[in-house]
Design a protein around this ligand. Structure first.
Ligand code: NAP
Length: 339
């Protein structure tokens, strides 16, 4: 039986990988959306036979099951595409960092409520995933399963933005002195919740903990040597090549959940990894080396597709749907509302 019918919206570095991985596992990728005729011609060479559409083409015209939004992780940029997906009766997965906990940030509340209402009405689901789902949810949840008691769980994550395209690194502070970083309001005290602060929340929910308060602080990620970025720009030693986000959630029940996330560009050969250390009974740790964020984000989207199609209607967090797992083949599944 054929797998689900899929639309990939945004055929950039990650979107193309998602399309390839979905096809490899038996999905029918029925359309890819691009921004311009020039992008369409370039992508057509790698995806012969795939229908490549410009943004004004109605999503409903493809009779798809699920829409994978990969052109932007920013709420303001993905909102309208997600809304169109709901109106077209599609399940939707986005790569939005903010969407990993859609009702967390007050500035997204109204948009999330509108989307939730539309998805419930359509009997479809919207979920946001990314490396967060694997590194900061499924893996620490598995580690915690073996603990009798948790006092603290902290992760250290070093992620190389050089693996991604322009859209994934547009917000990185590059080439600033530490003083300029602070003057720009990027450091401690003025920190807005970042990727890690949002990304840890489904884990806290899944551990059945209630957040009392959260300490947030950012530091500049400083280059230790001169090096070139993939697009030819130069990073100078002593200037910023990214940002380090520090997060600690204090919970009513006692356990602290937190970590630090270094997101930036690194010279070739830098060790990239994600490590969890659980302090409790017993002390445990788990480390993933050679972090391939580009592979992991696309694999996660594809591994989550069937869970989203089967999930209850509305805006979901990863802890509100089936446990994440590896999927070797994308089989045809029916929507919860239709079954
Ligand atoms: N959560 C995670 O773990 C995670 C990890 C990595 C990336 N991401 C998110 O994934 C997104 C994509 O990353 P990437 O590395 O693939 O970036 P990218 O290579 O720059 O890809 C973005 C693509 O979207 C296209 N696009 C932009 N606006 C569009 C529109 N309105 N309609 C149709 N296509 C449009 C761009 O077209 P042009 O080429 O014509 O500009 C480009 O091909 C980022 O925004 C990032 O936030 C999330």
């Amino acid at each position: 039986m054929n797998g689900p019918r899929v639309i990939v919206y945004g055929m950039g570095r990650i979107g193309c990988r998602i399309a390839r991985y979905a096809m490899d596992k038996g999905a029918q990728v029925v359309a890819g959306y691009v921004r311009s005729a020039e992008s369409r011609d370039a992508i057509a060479r790698d995806f012969p036979g795939l229908e490549l559409c410009l943004p004004d083409r109605p999503l409903a015209s493809h009779r798809a099951d699920i829409l994978l939004i990969a052109h932007s992780g920013l709420y303001c940029e993905m909102f309208d595409v997600a809304r169109r997906g709901a109106l077209a009766g599609l399940d939707v997965i986005t790569l939005s960092d903010e969407g990993f906990d859609p009702f967390m940030l007050s500035e997204n509340m109204e948009a999330s409520q509108i989307l939730h209402h539309l998805f419930v009405k359509a009997g479809r689901t919207m979920l946001s995933v990314g490396v967060q789902d694997a590194l900061w949810y499924a893996q620490p949840l598995g580690l915690a399963m073996g603990a009798q008691r948790i006092i603290e769980m902290r992760c250290t994550c070093i992620s190389d933005r050089g693996l991604f395209g322009h859209a994934a690194s547009a917000d990185l502070p590059l080439g600033l002195t530490p003083a300029q970083f602070r003057t720009a309001g990027l450091a401690s005290g003025q920190a807005q919740p970042g990727v890690l602060a949002i990304g840890l929340r489904p884990l806290i929910h899944a551990l059945d903990l209630s957040i009392r308060h959260c300490d947030l602080r950012n530091e500049p990620l400083i280059a230790e040597q001169d090096f070139s970025l993939p697009d030819g720009r130069q990073i100078t030693a002593g200037m910023t090549c990214g940002i380090v986000e520090h997060v600690t959630y204090h919970t009513e029940e006692g356990p602290r959940i937190g970590g630090q996330f270094s997101k930036g560009y690194f010279p070739a050969g830098t060790a990239t990894y994600n490590e969890w250390v659980l302090h409790g009974e017993p002390d445990l740790s788990l480390r993933i080396d050679g972090l391939r964020g580009d592979v992991m984000v696309a694999a996660t989207v594809v591994n989550r597709m069937l869970d989203v199609i089967k999930a209850a209607p509305g805006m979901a967090r990863v802890d509100q749907i089936a446990p994440g797992r590896h999927v070797s083949r994308l089989r045809h599944v029916t929507h919860l509302a239709a079954s």
